[in-house]
Design a protein. Structure first.
Length: 103
């Protein structure tokens, strides 16, 4: 009987200590995915490195083209204005619309 009680205590101890670890892992995973969803880049102030690092489908060449367009024409007044930059199409816009801001 005492052996059974010991086994139950050990199982309870294992369950009690593993639950918080699972919760922490889940919380970290949730926070990372939420952060990825809410992290934005200001296309009017970002460097080419920031643009290529944060936007899907934007490599160094397209990022440099975005910065060059901005320097030649002034700040973007709308996200859709990015479509005027060579290499930026509807697909790239849809992939990144929620990641970009003008402010």
């Amino acid at each position: 009987m005492q052996a059974l009680i010991r086994v139950i205590k050990v199982l309870l101890l294992i369950a009690a200590t593993s639950l918080p670890v699972w919760q922490l892992a889940y919380a970290a995973e949730t926070s990372s995915s939420e952060m990825a969803q809410t992290e934005t880049v200001n296309i009017n102030t970002a460097t080419a490195e920031q643009l290529s690092g944060m936007l899907t489908g934007i490599g160094e060449k397209r990022a440099a083209a975005i910065v060059a367009y901005r320097e030649a024409n002034g700040p973007f007044s709308s996200l859709e204005q990015l479509l005027e930059v060579k290499g930026v199409g509807e697909k790239v816009m849809e992939q990144n619309r929620d990641k970009m801001t003008l402010k």
